[in-house]
Ligand binder design. Sequence first.
Ligand SMILES: *Cc1c(COP(=O)(O)O)cnc(C)c1O
Length: 445
Amino acid sequence: MLYTDWEKIDVDMADVSKVNGDVLERDRQYVWHPYSAMGKDDPVFAVESAEGVRIKLVDGRELIDGMSSWWCTIHGYNHPVLNAAVETQLAKMSHVMFGGLTHEPAVRLAQKLVEITPEPLQTVFFSDSGSVAVEVAMKMAIQYWNVKDLPARQHFLTIRSGYHGDTFAAMSVCDPVTGMHTLFSDILTPQYFVDSPDCDFGQPCAGSDMAQMNSCLQKNNQKIAAVILEPVVQGAGGMRFYSADYLKQVRQLCNEYGVLLIVDEIATGFGRTGKLFACEHAKISPDIMCVGKALTGGYMTLAATLTTAAVSETISSGDPGIFMHGPTFMANPLACSAALASIGLLLSSPWQQAVDKIEKVLLDGLAACREKPGVVDVRVLGAIGVVELDHAVNMRTISEKFVAEGVWVRPFGRLIYLMPPYVINEGDLRVLTAAVVSIVNDLSV
Ligand SMILES: *Cc1c(COP(=O)(O)O)cnc(C)c1O
């Protein structure tokens, strides 16, 4: 048989198209999950399919999704528009290398991203995950200062409680306590940290709120390539919201000390906080911006690092005259097509009203948690609702409890939070908030 006689080849698709009853058993034996141990029986649930805001388990149960699959599936699952975009592209090509070749989906997506992000961002570097987009941003900043003949500017300044990804450079700017600094201390680049802002969202920041950032920049600006932070909402590092005024003043301080500003919009981008990008709350524009997560509506893994003409021209003009990064799957055409469809869908929908509505229902629905013992804070911003406890939840038992309530909610540490798809209706959203209230009630008895 010739390799080209593929029609005669009997590829055994049964393994992937049909769920076998022992999937969980085999999963336990062979597969690592995020932040997991092998050989422990932490609960894992097998998914058969997903549609709209519902995840359908192999055992027939249906769960209302409160996580948007880690903040990505803003339009829900199995969306006809996104499916069509991927299928159309699939019939043309699923991938070609990006060194020396280009294609319409990548170019069009880059144009679209430049169009919808703050004005001075002009060029786009595609990568395949958020962590890599952060690595790319940090490398851009370092290469920029190298060309500017300030090669000592190789370090980064960030705020505590941040999260920027799991690769080494990204880890180095994650919160040093909740991050993984102790485990990898010998290999992690030491960076500059200041306290996470105390001024709340919606409040102005006083001079004292800026004091640490100010003095750190004043003292160390000759060693700092960029300030990197998550704008307004800190995600996986603690689900904190802070004042847009802080961000605005950080921008001013960066200008003052001639340091670049990297804004990590991987969690906040594409409407999650009520603005298309969270830096719009502060009306600022960064020198470098990372996007990921909801970029493809949760369909494919794709991320991007945007920068200004000033940064990209400087890097390209100096030595070595090229930017030193190039992922194998850079600008994957299927992923770019999904992203274009997702952004198109978002911008042509009344997404802002949808997010406003989610905000109101989350505020109302989670309010009952406030008086419960063990609850430290309840906060809501855009389509993000957070219940902060005074103790870490038991992950093993809590996911089972949420599943029993018919919802998919995955807390971490002391935080139970909801980040539903924007398409969720009020009834389903109320089921989610009621489940959180009921579980918080349970925890406190
Ligand atoms: C999730 C996240 C990342 C990392 O993205 P991955 O795709 O998981 O590598 C980086 N920054 C922020 C703010 C994130 O929320």
